[in-house]
Write a protein that binds this ligand. Structure first.
Ligand SMILES: [Fe+2]
Length: 565
């Protein structure tokens, strides 16, 4: 999918090189340095690159963060504020339709810059960059959405999640940049909170890329340097420089499997201390993303990140927060995701989104007039009985951290989608580190409705209910796959979801992301995969097309699964 769909028709790859070469005072190499990290001139404040996000018809958020020493707690900037100039134009020489201004980057917010540029033309590509003193940032490219109510013939969207630093490379981010998307989604686990060697693949004794510290982040400075490390990657910076994105957090932006007010169990257990930690994680998330939300107070007690982004009448993206408001996982709040069915899974008191967000979502679904309505969220929505689907040798295993652990909230959202009669609902998912497509059904086999798990499993094999929506789960950018490389079911043979009737596609051994080509007629979702543990110079580590899942306008669920061309 490399057709040039940009309005300017410029070759984006040559633009990137030109943009880097044109930066003047500071030499910014276009080529990645060792281990994927960009090395820049001494004292360069733009080590983390630039990004843009949450576009509107006349506005987009431009982002950078000054950090001459990104691996230090203060980024090397000390306590003084710094003035940062910005400019945006429709040509790379910054002469046409140019807008400019300046902003103060403060130590309070980690010397981050969030510019909400107004007065842009709709459905238009732009170039942007920042200046501090004599230093120019790399040039980024971004675009606005079409005017509200206007049509759009084609939109290319990347869907990513789960980019653990120490278990792989970021060639899939670079591959997405090469596909020249209009827009992309980061559905959580953009960073992981883990320290060195804490989260690797089963086969690894040494991390692919080391983390230079031995503790998880707890303070704002520690979260900032975690982002400083992750955002120093050349492939990630390349992606951020080609298209705007929208981001939501999952658990690892703060702590594994956290829920409303509680650690996931392998970090802090004390509620008060955890809220202080969460505040640091939330603040650092805002500081390090081009996100269109209200600037938080320092140490925010909460942050509202769920929001809507429209691309004319073609596509609406409803971006959810499935972490901050959720009730605890059933199964004794286990730090392990998987466990046997427990009655608490069906608790009517459970919530995934919290009452306010749940109501907001139902209303947006009701109000959406777009051809496609995408629900961007964290954990797998469709039911996966591990005994049936994955051959896990146990009796009815479910992932408590996903919507299977929140059966009633899932029933409510399914009912809301159905009653809204929204056209072409598609759920977009991260978290699970597998490449998957599902038909979202009106209901799934609920263990509490069967006399035994054996009966439930038997019913699952032939389960057939009306389809309400489609769900596409992106594989991880670089995090361990659950089933490859000596993962949890390697001994049970090649994993498959073939026995799960509502899962028409599953690729469980590779890293991956989803590349959507959205038109009024269809969403053609190409799953692009590789083994990110291997470098891009190897055949296994080279991104390639796997299957394309086709969702057709007016037809609920998945219509077709195509082999790679
Ligand atoms: Fe993850």
């Amino acid at each position: 999918m490399t057709d040039d769909n940009s309005s300017s028709g410029l070759d984006r790859r040559s633009f990137l090189v030109l943009g880097a070469a044109a930066t003047g005072a500071v030499l910014v190499p276009a080529a990645p340095a060792l281990a994927g990290r960009i090395s820049r001139a001494e004292g360069d404040v733009f080590t983390l690159g630039v990004a843009s996000g949450d576009p509107l018809p006349h506005s987009v958020i431009l982002w950078t963060r000054l950090a001459p020493k990104p691996l230090e707690l203060d980024g090397g900037m000390g306590t003084a504020s710094a003035t940062v100039e910005w400019e945006i134009a429709t040509d790379e020489a910054f002469t046409q339709n140019r807008l400019s201004g300046s902003d103060e980057a403060t130590a309070t917010f980690g010397h981050s810059v969030h510019v909400d540029v107004k007065g842009l033309a709709p459905d238009t590509w732009y170039y942007f960059r920042f200046k501090h003193g004599s230093q120019l940032s790399p040039t980024g490219r971004t675009r606005t959405t079409p005017e509200l109510g206007s049509t759009m013939s084609r939109l290319v969207v990347g869907q990513t999640s789960c980019a653990n630093w120490q278990s792989g490379h970021y060639q899939l981010y670079a591959d997405l940049a090469d596909q020249e998307p209009d827009y992309w989604l980061a559905l959580g686990d953009y960073i992981y909170e883990y320290s060195n060697k804490q989260y690797m693949r089963p086969a690894q004794t040494e991390p692919t890329r080391a983390i230079p510290w031995k503790t998880e982040p707890f303070t704002i400075g520690e979260y900032r340097r975690q982002y400083g490390l992750y955002r120093s990657d050349a492939d990630l910076q390349k992606l951020h420089a080609v298209a705007p994105y929208s981001v939501i957090w999952d658990d690892h932006e703060v702590d594994n499997n956290f829920t409303a007010g509680k650690s996931g169990g392998d970090g802090q257990k004390d509620r008060i201390k955890f809220l202080a930690r969460r505040a640091a994680g939330f603040q650092a998330f805002w500081e390090n993303h081009a996100i269109r939300i209200t600037q938080p107070k320092p140490k925010p007690k909460s942050m509202t990140i769920y929001r809507q982004i429209d691309w004319g009448t073609l596509a609406t993206f409803l971006m959810l927060d499935g972490r901050q408001y959720r009730s605890d996982q059933p199964g004794n709040n286990t730090p392990n995701d998987f466990g046997k069915w427990v009655a608490a899974m069906a608790s009517p008191k459970a919530t995934m989104l919290g009452a306010t967000q749940e109501k907001w979502l139902a209303q947006q679904l009701q109000d959406s007039t777009s051809k496609w309505t995408f629900i961007g969220q964290q954990t797998v929505f469709s039911s996966v009985n591990g005994s049936v689907g994955l051959g896990i040798p146990a009796d009815g295993l479910y992932n408590y951290d996903s919507w299977d652990g929140y059966w009633k909230p899932r029933e409510r959202l399914t009912a809301a989608i159905k009653s809204s009669q929204v056209r072409n609902p598609v759920i977009l998912t991260g978290d699970f580190h597998c490449n998957l497509a599902f038909d979202v059904l009106e209901s799934w086999p609920n263990p509490k409705d069967f006399p035994s798990m054996a009966e439930c499993i038997k019913a699952t094999l032939t389960w057939d209910r009306p389809k309400v929506a489609a769900e596409l789960a992106a594989g991880a950018i670089s995090s361990p796959t659950f089933f490859g490389e000596g993962g949890i079911v390697a001994a049970a043979g090649p994993p498959t979801l073939a026995k799960t009737p509502w899962a028409p596609y599953g690729e469980l051994l590779n890293n991956g992301y989803v590349l959507h080509e959205i038109t009024p007629e269809s969403d053609r979702a190409q799953f692009r995969i590789c083994q990110a543990l291997k470098p891009v110079t190897t055949p296994e580590g080279t991104p390639r097309a796997d299957k394309t899942v086709v969702i057709v306008d007016g037809v609920a669920g998945v219509s077709e699964v195509l082999d790679p061309a």
